[in-house]
Write a new protein. Structure first.
Length: 223
């Protein structure tokens, strides 16, 4: 019954529950929206989206909802409307087809979105990035020797390989440090999500390889 479709009084299927997280439903429409938004960000035609792409999008959707459960308030660290629009403007600058308003509306329409829906998705993405930043960055400590080692072992050989002028360590140190911080944050995020999956009851009608399959964490064909 948990994964049964939601029906109208006339018996018409409106939506379906594709998964549950601690008994909270993830709707088919949520999944479809996530797939379309990821394709939009990648500027990937919807017709070229594979089933593997869809499964990956569902996994990321479940992970995002696991993180949202950790928020004390649904509006915690949410960006302002001005911040969302500024971020959206930067996104539009990267898409040639969105250079004018007509092209922009045609583009988002091709992915089944309205302007408001795009803003909502961007807002959620920014809020989640803010949350991850606040929770994980304080736990990352990059040592000076780690930065120097990356410069010597990665940056210098790469520059020499392509015949480019070697940039000094002092010039690159801030960028390398931030790169290493982001890498460590990714590692912490992976570990955090793994623990959240282990501690949660996740049932999915779609097999998700990244989810645990032990008792209490049923995957695939949950009832």
């Amino acid at each position: 019954m948990l994964l049964a479709p939601v029906t109208a009084s006339a018996g018409q299927v409106i939506d379906g529950v594709i998964a549950t997280i601690n008994h909270k439903p993830v709707l088919q429409s949520d999944w479809d929206d996530a797939v379309r938004f990821e394709a939009f960000l990648q500027q990937k035609p919807l017709g070229s989206v594979t089933q593997a792409d869809r499964v990956s999008a569902l996994q990321r959707l479940i992970d995002r909802q696991l993180l949202e459960i950790q928020m004390s308030d649904p509006n915690y660290l949410a960006p302002s409307r001005e911040e969302v629009r500024a971020n959206l403007a930067k996104l539009r600058e990267q898409i040639p087809a969105a250079s004018d308003e007509q092209g922009w509306q045609k583009l988002i329409g091709a992915y089944g979105f309205s302007e408001r829906e795009i803003e909502t998705n961007v807002r959620h993405e920014m809020q989640m990035m803010n949350f991850i930043e606040v929770r994980l960055r304080p736990n990352v400590h990059v040592q000076p020797e780690e930065v120097e080692a990356y410069y010597r072992k990665q940056v210098v050989p790469d520059l020499e390989r392509v015949g480019a002028k070697v940039v000094t360590f002092q010039e690159l140190e801030p960028k390398i440090r931030e790169l290493l911080v982001q890498q460590h944050m990714d590692e912490l995020l992976d570990a955090w999500l793994h623990n959240l999956r282990q501690q949660s009851q996740i049932h999915s009608s779609v097999p998700l390889p990244a989810l645990p399959s032990s008792s209490g964490h049923e995957v695939g064909g949950g009832t």
